[in-house]
Design a protein around this ligand. Structure first.
Ligand SMILES: CC(C)(COP(=O)(O)OP(=O)(O)OC[C@H]1O[C@@H](n2cnc3c(N)ncnc32)[C@H](O)[C@@H]1OP(=O)(O)O)[C@@H](O)C(=O)NCCC(=O)NCCS
Length: 426
C-alpha cells in the first residue's frame, strides 16, 4: 500500500501533512508479527514509567486493538513509530491526520501509543551515557506532561499528544538530556554568540552582545526589519584579542545598551563564549516554578553533569523562551514565580517575531486570535490584556553561571548594576 492508499482507506485526504516522507523506507521494514508498542505488556509498563494512572488503560487497549486489526492503520502506526524513534535521522512529523473517521475521539491515543515507546529508547540512551536508570525514568514523565498539560487542555480532557510535542521526545533518546527536579537540561555547545566576562577582583559579571546585531532605540531585536525606525538604534561590533575585548554592553535586565566598552583581560576573565559547553535549559509545562524549585533544580543540574560528564567544562545554564521576556515584569505581579526567577538571571534580548512561544500558553499557532484565545488562567488574561492594548510581544534569553548558583536568591547580576559600573571605568 502506498501512503495515499493508506490515507484513503482511513478516510483522510491524499497527501495529508508530511505522511508521505520516507514511506517506502519504513514500509520495507514493517514487521510481520505484532508491533512492539501495541503489546499490552509493553504499553502498560511504559505508561507506568511515564507516571500515567490506570485511567488511560481503556483508551490505550481499545486503540491498540483497532490498530492491530486494521492493515492501513497498522502501516501508518508503524510509519509513525519508525519516523519518531527508529529512523537513522530525526524525521519530525507535521500536520498528520487526526484519524477521527477511524478512531473517533480517540485519535490522539494513536500518537500517545507511539510516544510511550520512547521509554526503552531513553533507557538505552542513558545506559550508553552512564546516566542512572532512575534519571531515565524521571525524565520519561514528560510524556504525561505533554498529554495532561497540553493535549488534554486543548481537547476537552481527552488523552493524546500534539505532533509538535511528540517530535521533541527523540531528543531524550539521543542527547545528553535529563530532567532534574522542575527543569530539563541538555548538554551541548552554546550556539549563542554573546560573550560573558567576570571581573577578577569584584566578581561582577557583564555580557557583551554578539557582533552585527541591529538593536532598536529601546535595546531590542526584531526578526521583521519593518519594526526598526530609520536612523534610530545601533548595530553592534565585537572584538576579542589577547589583551582586551571591545563590544556593546547587555543589560542583565534583558536589553541591549548603546554603550561600547573595552575590557582589559588583565581585569576581566572571559567565562562564556560561543561554542563553550553549556546546559541548555528547557522548561517543561506544569506550573510550580517557585524560587526553591528553580534553585534546587539548577543546583542538581550542576552536580549531576559534574558527576556524569566530568570531562565537559560546563560553566553555565542558558535558555531562550517566552518565559525570559522581560515584558513579564510589567505583565505579571512582582511576586509571580516567573518574575522571581527572572530577577536571578542575566537576561539577554533575542530577535522577536511578535508571537514567540505563545503556543505554550494559548495552544494556538501564529498570531493570537483574540476572539478564540482561551482566557481561563490569569497568565492568559494578563498576556491578552497586554496584546489587546497594542503591546508587541517578545521572547528572550538568559544565562546563569554555575559559580553564581550558590548566591541564588540575591539577584547577583542585577544587584548594584549600572552601565556606569566602577569596574567598567578602566
Ligand atoms: C507557564 C509556567 C512556566 C508557569 O509557571 P508558574 O508561574 O509557576 O505557574 P503557576 O503554577 O504559579 O501558575 C500561575 C498561573 O498561570 C497559569 N498557567 C500555568 N501554566 C500555564 C500555561 N502553560 N498556559 C496557560 N496558563 C498557565 C496557572 O493556571 C495560573 O493561573 P491562575 O492564577 O488563573 O490559577 C509553567 O507553568 C508552564 O507550564 N509552562 C509551559 C511550558 C513552557 O511554556 N515552556 C517554555 C517553552 S519555550
Amino acid at each position: 500500500m502506498t501512503a495515499n492508499d493508506v490515507l484513503h482507506a482511513l478516510g483522510e485526504a491524499a497527501d495529508t501533512g508530511n505522511v508521505i516522507q520516507s514511506w517506502n523506507d519504513s514500509q520495507a521494514l514493517l514487521p510481520k508479527g505484532p508491533l512492539a508498542p501495541l503489546r499490552e505488556a509493553n504499553w502498560r509498563a511504559w505508561r507506568e514509567v511515564c507516571t500515567f494512572g490506570d485511567e488511560v488503560d481503556g483508551p490505550l487497549a481499545r486503540t491498540a486493538a483497532k490498530i492491530a486489526g486494521n492493515e492501513a492503520l497498522r502501516r501508518l502506526f508503524w510509519h509513525l513509530y519508525w519516523r519518531l524513534l527508529l529512523s537513522p535521522t530525526a524525521q519530525p512529523i507535521a500536520d498528520w491526520p487526526k484519524l477521527e473517521k477511524v478512531l473517533g475521539e480517540e485519535g490522539g491515543v494513536f500518537y500517545l501509543l507511539a510516544a510511550l515507546a520512547v521509554v526503552p529508547r531513553i533507557e538505552a540512551n542513558y545506559a550508553r551515557l552512564g546516566f542512572p536508570l532512575a534519571n531515565a525514568h524521571f525524565t520519561c514523565q514528560q510524556v504525561r506532561h505533554f498529554c495532561d498539560d497540553n493535549y488534554r487542555r486543548g481537547n476537552q480532557g481527552r488523552i493524546g499528544l500534539y505532533d509538535s510535542n511528540i517530535n521533541w521526545l527523540r531528543n531524550y533518546t539521543e542527547r545528553r538530556y535529563v530532567r532534574l527536579g522542575r527543569l530539563e537540561y541538555w548538554l551541548d555547545p552554546t550556539p549563542q554568540n554573546y560573550t560573558v566576562f567576570r571581573h577578577r577582583r569584584t566578581g561582577r559579571v557583564v555580557a557583551l552582545a554578539a557582533p552585527g546585531q541591529r538593536f532598536d532605540a529601546d535595546g531590542y531585536l526584531h526578526t521583521d526589519s519593518a519594526r526598526y525606525r530609520e536612523g534610530e538604534g545601533w548595530t553592534t561590533t565585537f572584538a576579542l584579542d589577547e589583551t582586551s575585548a571591545t563590544g556593546y554592553l547587555l543589560d542583565p535586565r534583558g536589553m541591549g545598551l548603546d554603550r561600547q566598552v573595552t575590557l582589559s583581560l588583565a581585569d576581566w576573565e572571559c567565562v562564556l563564549k560561543k561554542g563553550d559547553p553549556v546546559l541548555q535549559m528547557h522548561i517543561p509545562s506544569g506550573g510550580g516554578m517557585g524560587p526553591e524549585a528553580c534553585r534546587d533544580s539548577l543546583l542538581e543540574a550542576r552536580d549531576f553533569f559534574r558527576q556524569y560528564c566530568p570531562n565537559e567544562p560546563v560553566r553555565a545554564v542558558t535558555c531562550a523562551s517566552w518565559i525570559f521576556s522581560n515584558l513579564l515584569e510589567t505583565i505579571l505581579p512582582e511576586d509571580a514565580n516567573l518574575n522571581c526567577f527572572l530577577r536571578e538571571l542575566y537576561l539577554e534580548p533575542r530577535p522577536a517575531s511578535g508571537n514567540d512561544g505563545l503556543w505554550f500558553v494559548f495552544l494556538q499557532r501564529g498570531p493570537i486570535d483574540f476572539a478564540t484565545a482561551p482566557r481561563e488562567t490569569s497568565l492568559q488574561r494578563r498576556i491578552l490584556a497586554f496584546l489587546e492594548a497594542g503591546g508587541h510581544w517578545r521572547h528572550g534569553g538568559m544565562f546563569i553561571l554555575f559559580d553564581d548558583l550558590d548566591r541564588y536568591g540575591s539577584q547577583v547580576y542585577r544587584g548594584g548594576w549600572s552601565p556606569d559600573l566602577p569596574e567598567l571605568r578602566g
